[in-house]
Ligand binder design. Structure first.
Ligand code: ATP
Ligand code: MG
Length: 158
């Protein structure tokens, strides 16, 4: 399905914002220019909810999570950046693995199965996209999704 990515992200934010508000974490959105991407909205919503659930779970009150959409050539880049506890560099290569969770004691407090990110990666890859992560312990985490821009044929006459 051909979807305008900024509009789509706004609808995601509308749904999840109350959960962020209730924990006292701010959710910001930056998008200067909308563009089309080819995505399955239900699957892609699952991707966003998983990443935003993580950001909230591993962030403290009064911090900010920022969603940014930008265009780089024919690529659409979606950044989800938080100011949470971060991921130690030695764990970074494994976080997309099934059932992998950083630090069992931390994980016991926050709950979860360590499935979220493996599903996220599977869905993004199934869309022909890529996902990567950048993180610094005690500073924050940034997930970056790259998708192909879908050019809209303005005058498609059959
Ligand atoms: P589930 O998603 O199944 O409920 P989970 O959130 O623990 O459980 P994943 O979403 O796969 O599992 O994440 C794997 C691990 O990566 C997490 O346990 C957590 O330690 C770390 N992690 C993921 N996202 C973040 C983040 N935004 N900030 C800090 N750590 C994170
Ligand atoms: Mg998760």
């Amino acid at each position: 399905e051909k979807i305008k990515i900024c509009e789509f992200m706004k609808s995601i934010i509308r749904k999840i914002e109350p959960v962020y508000k209730s924990k006292g974490v701010q959710l910001d959105f930056i998008c200067n220019e909308d563009a089309y991407v080819e995505i399955d909205p239900i699957r892609f919503e699952q991707v966003c909810f998983n990443l935003l659930d993580n950001s909230l779970k591993y962030s403290d009150i009064h911090s900010t999570t920022t969603i940014e959409v930008k265009k780089r050539g024919n690529k659409i880049i979606i950044l989800i950046r938080d100011q949470g506890i971060g991921i130690p560099s030695e764990d970074l290569p494994y976080i997309f693995d099934r059932l992998y969770r950083v630090d069992k004691s931390r994980s016991r407090l926050t709950g979860g199965f360590g499935l979220g990110l493996s599903i996220v990666k599977e869905i993004v890859n199934a869309h022909g996209g890529t996902i990567s992560v950048d993180s610094k312990k005690n500073e924050g985490t940034c997930f970056k999704i790259t998708l192909e821009e879908k050019k809209y044929e303005e005058c498609l006459i059959n």
